[in-house]
Design a protein around this ligand. Sequence first.
Ligand code: MEV
Length: 442
Amino acid sequence: MTHLPVQGFSKLSKQEKIDWIVKEYLDDNKDFEKILKSYLNENADLQKLHEEFSENTLTNFYMPYGIAPNFLIDGKIMAIPMVVEESSVVAAASKAAKFWMEKGGFKTTIINTQKLGHTHFIFDAEPHKIKHFFNFNLKKKLMEATDAITSNMRKRGGGILDIKLIDKTSEMENYYQLKASFNTVDSMGANFINSCLEQFGKTLKDEVQKEESFSQVEKDSLQIVMNILSNYTPDCIVRAEVSCKIEDLKDDSGISNEDFAKKFKQAIRIAEIEPYRATTHNKGIMNGVDAVVIATGNDFRATASCAHAYASKSGSYSSLTHCTIDNGIFRFWIDLPISVGVVGGLTNLHPLVKFSLALLGKPSAQELMSILAVSGLAQNFGALRSLITTGIQKGHMKMHLLNILNQMGATEEEKAHFVNYFKDKTVTHHEVISEFEKLRNV
Ligand code: MEV
């Protein structure tokens, strides 16, 4: 079926938008209208707040908000908020947290906190003249021109750290960059960085026009292509790690401590050398990271793309976590590049984000980086622990059981029957259906 285009959709009221969508795309089935409306919040102020985060909002889309308690991070016990729709993620985090709590917990180190952005430009002028102009004139002018924009950030201890001219002409004709590094303190800093960069673009244009060493033809060749932050922040990085004696690596699946350590290290090595495995391995890490990124109102698309770019830094996509076994000590760690904020953006607006940050003890951006890296490491530990022992389906399907039963419309008594039935059996979709049919005599 083809649909009619719509003019001025954004100007319609919410009811008009719903009416149009349901009529045009859903055969005017009023059940769909009811679904949309049933997810609206009765608190009109709260509803309005949510609607204004984005555009053309019809309703809300709920995700479960859970807590993984018992994380010991740098000597402090924490309960970590996680927003995730996938079963087993919160349970795996909680289990890994408890496991490491008894062994001294997670230790973290902030390795660096630099954010980056670029003015990308085309300039057909003598390279040595461009370099001389940048070093002796432009860099100072760029700093001065952004004085007003950076003033507040400088008061908070941040600002522009450095600006470099990068010659990319060997990769693309006449292509250069102004590559700037920033300290954005407790904010993620996207708006701050982009405002500075847009000013760089303007100043570059003005200063080139004024520069006497360039010919008019050279001046006219300057083209500012774009000014934009980079979500790749390899110098905004945190390490989280755990370690213990092999003899303390007790697992309840029956495998010996030595075999557990050996298999675990092999599993990490496979993810280090095999991109097919690394993709799934890192996806599991991001299950933990992104759930906390969302709960704290940060941008999970940015954190995911940064992590995956970093995982490819050697030229081949690889594991974000690593493991060693030396002198009887098992050590497992992650180096996670991640740019997040605890002020600005949704952090001051979304009530649940405020709750998450309060729950975490109002962390600084650096403390939040540590919590995120720990969440990723814990998640990876949980996944690998299952994979090298029982397999993931045992735990995963147990968690998934309720989803299957809900899909089949099971009653509370039926659900209780199934939880008991699968207490010591592996859940499979097929087994649930056949037991369900027996129970209902179909
Ligand atoms: C599932 O969401 C994540 C895992 O596949 C991760 C992994 O395989 O390491 C369990």
